[in-house]
Design a protein around this ligand. Sequence first.
Ligand code: PLP
Length: 453
Amino acid sequence: NMQTTQRTTQEWQQLDAAHHMHPFSDMGSLNKAGSRVITRAKGVYLWDSNGNKIIDGMAGLWCVNVGYGRQELADAARDQMLELPYYNTFFKTTHPPVIELSQQLSELTPDGFNHFFYCNSGSEGNDTVLRIVHQYWAALGKPQRKVVISRINGYHGSTIAGASLGGMGYMHEQMPSKVENIVHIHQPYWYGEAAEGVTPEAFGKARAAELEAKILELGADNVAAFIGEPFQGAGGVIFPPESYWPEIQRICDKYGILLVADEVIGGFGRTGEWFAHQHFGFKPDIMTLAKGLTSGYVPMGAVAIHDKVALPIIEAGDFNHGMTYSGHPVAAAVALANIAILRDGGVVDQVKNETGPYFQKSLREALSSSPIIGEIHGTGLVAGMQLCEEKNPRKRFANGGDVGLICRDHCFGNNLIMRATGDRMLLSPPLVISRTEIDELVDKAARCIALTA
Ligand code: PLP
């Protein structure tokens, strides 16, 4: 790399410890152990500074959908930097990449999604969602509709608004204050939270019924929106029971409440559909997009706004929100090149018809009989595996989080990136992964889980 000097691993680690604060990390213990230095990547593989080849079962942070090292994306960024590296769209100006991208997104998204607002991340996307929701109800003359309902153990980002929408207690504890008018209901996590004898079907309905109870408690006239990830990603790849989303949809429709799908992980082909809500068969009014939009090559987020919501806001006049880098031309150019690969290169179709079903089948064949795997969730190229102490009746480990970390460390030591969320192990590889690479991924994952048992 031209910008960085050659150094030994130890030198990198010492400098990193001396000067770099990592996100979501305990820097004290990390600095003692030393971070792994990732120096390059290609396809589904990473290399570290000691020359180890690592298979990336997480596509970075669920974002490198087209895999690493794509010339098309690099060319798009370079060409755009030379043509128009930056311009804003605040003051009566616009530019070709953001126009093209918006038009293409209107084709890729379901009917009625014709307007897109840009930002730099999923967190900023959800911050934007709050403003859009508020602006919509104000435009309709109902500004008192302020409360947004979300879920415990949902993840919506790390800005103050994103973390307030999210339901992670450990994040709330460290915030100076939370955004007002956000309330949380329970998550549809059958394995972890259903009482003995309650079926997933009944549990899904009961958890959705909490939304209705909360709306009635608050008064429907005070409720603006419900937000949820179609499947919870960072919370542990938790797929809700099939009964859940149809009930949520019915309740939102009944009380006229906006339904927001946070598609930051689920969007751009992860489930084999372009957007994860299509897999679950519900119809959101707003979608948050990021990650797979640019495959993480450059930062970009977006909010997709259905006509029902966009048109009243447009009619109402000024919308006082935006970032210097909203609709950044380089990010938009990279997004266009990325979409071309996912769509014209047939990657999303391949996940739906070919690699997704193969991955899900292989994973179940390799792991269903493991004594410590209680349940496997997933479709397409995303999966969550529940670690358990006893399979029947189901019993979680008392120290589940520790067991997850032990498993993750086995993976790390065996050159596999698999994430642990408490007592769930997660996989979400690049969408371009081949059958042979899936064999390697599943085989390594199964071996690391066996080492943990
Ligand atoms: N929403 C969901 C569902 C996410 O998974 C994430 C990140 O993992 C975010 C929002 C936040 O995105 P970012 O980290 O780009 O701010």
